[in-house]
Ligand binder design. Structure first.
Ligand code: PLP
Length: 345
């Protein structure tokens, strides 16, 4: 893989914006800061945030066993995904490949960036059809998106299939690990050194309970990260988000306790679903949600809404006819759901 060949030409030659805080970052130092046209009065959010998020990256790097130059942070993983498109996909020329049913944002971003999205469906048990993927790849295909554990199906994607793609595809393989904390499978971040064409994304929106702060993490080779760093908005991670995320990584035990509770509740829900007659199939889940097939998804969705419970109707997605996607809630929310399901006929 030749990274410079994959990059858009304008990005290759582009000079990044240099912000005042890029030149002198150490706000703790005993200096007078008259460089960034900020309000001088301590609000205490009057200063621009650290554009490189140094403290937060150090904390993530030590927990995830990577180096800080293998990390880029985004305003949610959605921003990270968008930056990847903008760095590598020439509008009206290049393509990406995705495997439906999967996370809807890849297609939205392809449209937004005027990039063709080649669709190669997953098998009915939601695994990659690797031969069909290789048949569908074109010379202009820059990115393959794989979501594992996959949304909306909930299963992990087979490692061997992903390895074949990483070894034989000349573009970049993006593995979206938004739900990685809910599976025992190892993260692909552990093999970053082995695959120069691997990009992994994670988020604090799921297991970490911080969807409101918007923090996405991108892991890749330091060469790929340097490119993404060059094009990211200078202050894309605000100060409040950086502080909240640092705290979350310091309080790993309480995050872990919540994950354990969600996994416990996931098993309880699956067991309870087994005795609901109109639930026809429960798909295996490695995530914090469960996909179920019911007799009539529209009818069941409406019944749940009428009784104050909102789930996601995924019936319009490939292989998901009459399927509802249900997020694992708190123990009392799940009890409410089960009690209700048992009263519906
Ligand atoms: C697979 C997947 N990736 C990414 C995201 C979005 O992550 P973020 O909140 O970090 O933008 C979601 C949210 O539902 C998701 O399901």
């Amino acid at each position: 893989m030749n990274l410079n060949k994959l990059l858009r030409k304008n990005i290759l030659g582009m000079k990044p914006y240099s912000s005042a805080r890029d030149e002198y970052k150490d706000l703790q130092a005993d200096m007078v800061f008259l460089d960034a046209n900020e309000n001088p009065f301590d609000t205490p959010l009057n200063r621009y945030p650290d554009p490189q998020q140094t403290r937060l990256k150090e904390s993530i790097a030590s927990q995830k066993k990577v180096s800080t130059d293998q990390l880029l942070l985004g305003n949610g993983s959605d921003e990270v995904l968008d930056l990847i498109f903008r760095a590598f996909c020439e509008p009206n020329q290049d393509s990406i490949l995705t495997t439906p049913p999967t996370y809807g944002m890849y297609d939205v971003l392809a449209n937004l960036n005027a990039v063709d999205n080649i669709l190669v469906p997953l098998s009915p048990d939601f695994q990659l059809e690797v031969d069909s993927i290789f048949d569908a790849i074109k010379p202009q295909t820059k990115l393959l998106f794989i979501c594992s554990p996959n949304n909306p199906s909930g299963n992990s994607v087979e490692r061997k299939a992903i390895e074949r793609l990483l070894k034989n595809f000349n573009g970049l393989v993006v593995i979206d690990e938004a739900y990685i904390d809910f599976t025992k499978d190892p993260s692909w971040t552990q093999v970053l050194e082995q695959y120069p064409n691997l990009i992994v994304t994670q988020t604090l929106s799921k297991a970490y309970g911080l969807a409101g702060i918007r923090l996405g993490i991108c892991y890749a080779s330091k060469e790929i990260i340097a490119v993404l760093n060059k094009i990211k908005p200078p202050y894309n991670i605000n100060s409040l988000t950086q502080e909240a995320a640092i705290k979350a990584f310091e309080n790993k035990d309480s995050v872990q306790a919540q994950i354990e509770s969600i996994l416990n509740e996931r098993s309880n829900l699956i067991n309870a679903f087994k005795s609901v007659p109109f639930i026809k199939k429960i798909y295996p889940s490695e995530a914090n949600f469960i996909l179920i097939k019911v007799d009539d998804a529209n009818k069941r969705y409406e019944e749940l809404i009428k009784n104050g419970i909102v789930v996601r109707n995924r019936s319009s997605q490939l292989h998901c006819e009459n399927c509802l996607r249900i997020t694992v809630g708190t123990p009392s929310e799940n009890t409410q759901l089960i009690t209700l399901l048992k009263t519906l006929i």
